[in-house]
Design a protein around this ligand. Structure first.
Ligand code: NDP
Length: 295
């Protein structure tokens, strides 16, 4: 069997266009654009790239992008004062503080300070709690993107056996909760899981969010399984060269799986598309504006 390649780039483009259409309707009705504020502390190269692409996607959808770049030695107090100003600013619908933060700043304190109704990254304890008990809130963008890819591929997920490898607060745990809400039977695996290959062999759906290059092998998979690879790992590819790979051995897994996301071009593009989707949803909630419920 050769697996279908799940095209995250195309799915993300379609979602971004859908958001763009909703933004146009929102602007016409309210006279303002939804606004996303992105805060970057320091000059971490990967974070700077992410912030630039988030700003670009926001503007392309017709939204306002407010970028706040602070020096690496910014105090926690100064950052919290900025978060307070953004919380109070009526032109800001979404606030994202790019992680990781420098060591003098406690990430949990900063994330908790963001107004949960503007926390479009879905990382705050309030939104994590809302997801856990099934209340509307904001769901972290990467797992939300994975769910959208799975639903587009498989339709109704109910009754499927899903194994999520990884239990981080930003990917693994929210992913497992989303799959549970979609009525899957969910197993969460992690570094202490015994006989991981055997656990994964029982899965109709595998979500790998580990951060270990090509760890999940072809013979771990049930034939026909749907595989979502969240991992982004840079590995050496010959002298002076490197390349990005996921947590799944893509070539091998493609011989066994029914469908699989590539890295790059799978989950990554969906993360940013879901961020602007969440910002549109936030603006709509704040202005009591009705948007397409399928967004
Ligand atoms: P974390 O490092 O926070 O979590 C990794 C998880 O993997 C942990 O729960 C850990 O278990 C588990 N793990 C580690 N080693 C093993 C192992 N040998 N067997 C089983 N489980 C293991 O990572 P994140 O969740 O933040 O990210 C995971 C990956 O996804 C990374 O490659 C990251 O770059 C990528 N990512 C991609 C995004 C995208 O947009 N595509 C967005 C966010 C992340 P334990 O808890 O026991 O330590």
């Amino acid at each position: 069997m050769t697996a279908r390649r799940i095209d995250g780039k195309a799915a993300a483009l379609a979602l971004r266009q859908q958001v763009g259409a909703e933004v146009a309707r929102f602007r016409a009705a309210t006279g303002r654009a939804p606004g996303l504020a992105v805060v970057l502390v320091g000059e971490d190269p990967a974070s700077s790239v992410y912030v630039r692409s988030k700003g670009k996607a926001t503007r392309e959808a017709g939204m306002e992008s407010f970028e706040h770049k602070l020096p690496a030695d910014t105090s926690q107090e100064t950052l919290l004062a900025l978060v307070d100003r953004l919380n109070a600013d009526p032109t800001v619908d979404g606030i994202l503080v790019q992680l990781p933060l420098p060591p003098q700043i406690d990430e949990n304190i900063v994330i908790t300070r963001i107004d949960p109704d503007k926390d479009v990254d879905g990382f705050s304890p309030v939104n994590a709690g809302r997801l856990a008990i099934g209340l509307p809130g904001f769901v972290a963008c990467t797992p939300l993107g994975c769910l959208k890819l799975l639903e587009a591929e498989l339709g109704d997920l109910s009754g499927k056996n899903a194994v999520v490898i990884g239990r981080s607060n930003i990917v693994g745990k929210p992913m497992a909760l989303l799959l549970l809400s979609a009525s899957c039977t969910v197993t969460i695996a992690h570094s202490r899981t015994r006989d991981l290959p055997e656990v994964v062999r029982g899965a109709d759906i595998v979500v790998a969010a580990v951060g270990r290059p090509e760890m999940v092998k072809a013979d771990w998979l049930k034939p026909g399984a749907t595989v979502i690879d969240v991992g982004i790992n840079r590995i050496e590819a010959g002298p002076g060269n490197s390349k990005l790979v996921g947590d799944v051995d893509f070539a091998g897994a493609s011989e066994v799986a029914g469908a699989i996301t590539p890295v790059p071009g799978g989950v990554g593009p969906m993360t940013i598309a879901c961020l602007i989707r969440n910002t549109m949803v936030s603006a709509a909630r704040r202005e009591r504006f009705e948007i397409d419920p399928a967004l």
